[in-house]
Design a protein around this ligand. Structure first.
Ligand code: GLY
Length: 355
């Protein structure tokens, strides 16, 4: 069973990926002690909760089932988790278990970061996006009406259990959207991994277990190396935002309703690749290669016609990465090598966003 260890400022996090992990008491036992609260949502509970409760029977866990969806990633829902901890009489030895996708993981992680100034959380991600990205690296938080993830904390999980069997029940669209984050990590730092994905498109789309496990393991390994190099995103961790500045603007302009996050990131990655070529950083063949892989994986790559380029640029101005009034973008020098650039002006962005 592949294990990756993440060393961080406050200790170590053990990340296991494998098949059938969630149903195995021994996978949980070394990470869960004292009071245990499992936080999940209605969709995930239907598919996985019974199995997890059985495996965790030794800890007699309490369970909190939250409504599913990004619209519930709020301070009010975070408060519900804290209220549950109050009712449970939880103390510093409590372990929270985040069973679900990125929304459950971020909110439960934030509750763990803030309850009694920080307690243990085990992330049990059940979506591809959460397994390869959101559950690893300690970013936690909730949204405000003014924007995504505006309130949060860095709080590393005690452990991550990434059970790839959980991906079998994911709706097709959600699974494919998660593939965008896999392409992203390959595009920023591993050309060989990109070639590996290109060769296995049918196997990955059919969710063949060996291919999926290898893909999740390699993606997690990359994420861990990036986070170990820059836990608080002072520099290199920002590279993980390839496609995200465009993607967040697209999500915001479409009211977070038209695209899944990974889909918006796929469109954003194609735009970032196109801009990289237009700015003379990468050759056109590199941009075409990224675009072709995204298309082969059934990800959207075209900016919808009804979106206004100037409005998207205004959204991009609000990006958390920007400094001193300059756009800060993640671009590509070649497939497998990303750079942070702050010398792209508004005119170049408008050109990129105009079909
Ligand atoms: N999802 C990007 C990061 O964890 O930094």
């Amino acid at each position: 069973m592949p294990v990756v260890e993440l060393k961080h400022a406050a200790g170590r996090c053990r990340i296991e990926c494998g098949r059938g992990l969630l149903g195995r008491p021994e996978a949980w036992r070394e990470h869960v002690g004292g009071t245990c609260l499992v936080v999940t949502d209605t969709n995930v509970a239907r598919h996985h909760l019974e199995r997890v409760e059985r495996a965790l029977a030794f800890a007699a866990p309490r369970v909190l089932v939250l409504p599913a969806g990004e619209e519930h990633k709020t301070l009010e829902t975070w408060r519900r988790i804290l209220d549950e901890l109050v009712d449970a009489g939880a103390q510093r030895d409590v372990t929270l278990v985040a069973l679900g996708g990125g929304v459950v993981g971020d909110m439960t992680g934030f509750a763990a970061a803030t309850w009694m100034r920080g307690v243990a959380v085990v992330q049990a991600p059940t979506t591809l996006l959460a397994q390869v990205d959101a559950a690893v690296g300690g970013k936690t938080g909730v949204n405000l009406p003014a924007g995504k993830n505006l309130v949060g904390a860095f709080h590393q999980p005690a452990a991550v259990l990434a059970d790839v069997d959980a991906l079998a029940t994911l709706p097709e669209r959600e699974y494919v959207a998660g593939l965008a984050e896999v392409v992203k990590v390959a595009a920023i730092r591993d050309e060989e991994f990109l070639a590996w994905i290109e060769k296995r498109v049918p196997a990955l789309l059919q969710r063949e277990a060996d291919a999926v496990l290898a893909m999740v393991h390699r993606s997690i390994d990359h994420k861990v190396r990036v986070v170990e190099g820059d836990e608080r995103e002072a520099g290199g961790r920002a590279l993980l935002n390839l496609g995200h500045t465009f993607g967040h603007a697209i999500e915001a302009e479409t009211g977070y309703a038209r695209f899944l996050h990974g889909e918006a990131v796929a469109i954003g990655m194609r735009l970032a690749a196109r801009l990289s070529a237009a700015a003379g950083l990468m050759d056109a063949a590199g941009a075409e290669r990224i675009e072709a892989l995204l298309r082969d994986l059934d990800l959207p790559v075209d900016l919808p016609d009804d979106l206004d380029a100037a409005r998207l640029v205004e959204r991009m101005r609000l990006d958390k990465k920007n400094r001193a009034g300059k756009f800060r973008l993640i671009l590509l020098e070649r497939p497998g090598r990303a750079v942070i650039r702050d010398d792209i002006d508004e005119r170049q962005l408008l050109e990129t966003l105009t079909p």
